[in-house]
Design a protein around this ligand. Structure first.
Ligand SMILES: [Zn+2]
Length: 116
């Protein structure tokens, strides 16, 4: 199911956390690379679930940490974690807040001002 091209390293996010910068071949760096390799193989939904899952053991700082490692949005990871928790507690397949706020903030009224 993995659609990643092994040669195409450009698609895999590179972690730039202090640990990885200090020791690019260290144990931590290799773990972060592995995480990003997994992330690169997943679709959008699995991605945030995986990131949310990985953020869990770190507790409060987990989301920030995973955001830095994976380059994913913090809201995305937080949503993934919430989805995991919901799946745990109640098995109803309810989807809350489908399609939240989109940050499309372009011209609110295109054409109106130019119509002279
Ligand atoms: Zn790192």
């Amino acid at each position: 199911m993995c659609k990643t091209h092994e040669e195409d390293v450009g698609t895999i996010h590179r972690c730039s956390c202090p640990e990885c910068r200090r020791e690019p071949d260290g144990e931590v760096a290799r773990e972060h690379q592995a995480i990003n390799r997994i992330i690169a193989c997943t679709d959008e939904r699995s991605r945030r679930l995986v990131a949310g899952f990985l953020a869990r053991p770190y507790g409060h700082g987990g989301i920030t940490r995973l955001a830095r490692i994976t380059g994913l949005n913090r809201n995305t990871i937080a949503r993934g974690r919430r989805e995991l928790d919901q799946a745990d507690s109640r098995p109803t397949g309810r989807v809350r807040r489908l399609g939240g706020r989109s940050q499309a903030r372009g011209d609110p009224t295109p054409g109106i001002l130019t119509a002279l």
